[in-house]
Design a protein around this ligand. Structure first.
Ligand code: ZN
Ligand code: ZN
Length: 379
């Protein structure tokens, strides 16, 4: 600590302003090590002319301060808790569902059904596509809070895709995984998937006759791809941070394919259009605020790449524990833009979930196998 200065947490600042007398006390009892927030302020400590009087007053006020600090500490804890709640708000309902199983009726199960519907595990009964036969996607017959057979089946498929114990019950590990931040692209598209549940080892051999089913590689089910290797991209709204991150992310894919990527100014003419959006943003797939879905992008040759503006994005080399690494998510979304789907390989960039504070920018063998298979005539 510098002489003549004190360091205080930003949260304590309002308290200090409210009482200059307290400032003396804080100066005498706050230590550098008590600082827990990155944002710190320095205040000048006042001179002490009457030590004995001051010591007595200090002692009295120290007791008062300690009493006053208790609610403040509790408030700080509450703020941290609220923060976590805000970050996971889109999927907070899942916390009430730990331990539930078939036959249960629990408030929040209908939201779970909506979650599973969003990512391709359930089809609503009123959906026109529900008439199609599918082994990976179960039909959702109602929007009630009931744990029926169809929900159990969808949970089983989810657990299979994410390498969990296939119990059909909402155990803690399953809920924990569902609560992680993730990509908004469904795991199962039109009833087919290249994740575990779509592979032949899972008794799905009867699907071999379907030309759209991809059994080994994590590419989009209809194998849509770009017919050219020189692609252009443009930003709809962004600063320089996204520009450099995007350039680095593209380079990772250029290194393992024949693709080249060039930035252009006019989004109208660009093959890939990149932008940040909040909530509803015109493609019928609204973002959900902090936590939950981070980004989504579209298979070739649509070329749209949208990021949730409300996430705590990091463009640093090492993101903070409550920050999401923009480059990691961008490399993942680039995979979709080139035609890859989700992979069950937890190390792969194309695995659907990623934690805050995690850096996952390097393409793995699984990612490279997928892109090589899809574009083998080009590479
Ligand atoms: Zn994805
Ligand atoms: Zn969008």
């Amino acid at each position: 600590m510098d002489k003549g200065w004190i360091r205080v947490n930003a949260r304590d600042l309002s308290k200090i302003i409210a009482s200059t007398v307290k400032t003396h006390i804080i100066a005498s009892c706050i230590d550098d090590s008590s600082s827990t927030t990155p944002l710190e302020l320095k205040l000048p400590a006042m001179g002490l002319k009457h030590p004995s009087f001051f010591m007595a007053t200090s002692l009295l006020l120290l007791i008062l301060l300690c009493i006053c600090s208790l609610p403040s500490f509790a408030l700080s804890r509450a703020m941290i808790k609220d923060d976590a709640k805000v970050l996971g708000r889109p999927v907070a309902f899942l916390q009430n569902l730990v331990g539930s199983q078939k036959g249960d009726t629990i408030e929040g199960l209908r939201h779970l059904k909506q979650y599973l519907h969003k990512f391709g595990y359930l089809i609503h009964s009123h959906s026109p596509s529900s008439s199609t036969t599918s082994t990976s996607t179960a039909r959702n017959n109602d929007d009630e809070d009931t744990y029926d057979e169809l929900l159990e089946s969808a949970i089983r498929t989810y657990q299979q895709n994410y390498n969990l114990d296939v119990t059909g019950e909402l155990d803690a590990r399953t809920i924990d995984l569902m609560m992680k931040p993730r990509c908004g692209v469904p795991d199962i598209i039109n009833g087919t998937t290249s994740m575990n549940s779509g592979k032949p080892t899972n008794n799905n051999h009867h699907r071999h006759h379907q030309s759209h089913v991809v059994l080994h590689y994590n590419v989009n089910p209809s194998r849509r791809k770009w017919a050219k290797t020189q692609l252009t991209y443009a930003f709809l709204n962004s600063g320089s941070a996204l520009r450099s991150v995007t350039a680095r992310a593209f380079k990772r894919w250029s290194a393992v394919t024949s693709f080249t990527f060039r930035e252009v100014q006019d989004p109208e003419t660009a093959d890939i259009k990149i932008g940040f959006f909040a909530g509803e943003h015109g493609d019928d797939d609204p973002f959900d605020g902090p936590g939950g879905v981070l980004a989504h992008s579209y298979i070739p040759t649509i070329g749209l790449f949208h990021l949730d503006k409300e996430e705590r994005w990091s463009t640093k080399n090492i993101p903070g524990m409550n920050e999401m690494d923009l480059e990691s998510v961008t490399v993942h979304e680039m995979g979709h833009l080139l035609g890859l789907a989700h992979s069950s390989d937890e190390d792969a960039v194309m695995y659907p979930t990623i934690d805050n504070g995690v850096v996952k920018r390097e393409l793995t063998e699984d990612d490279i196998d997928g892109i090589t298979d899809l574009y083998k005539y080009l590479t």
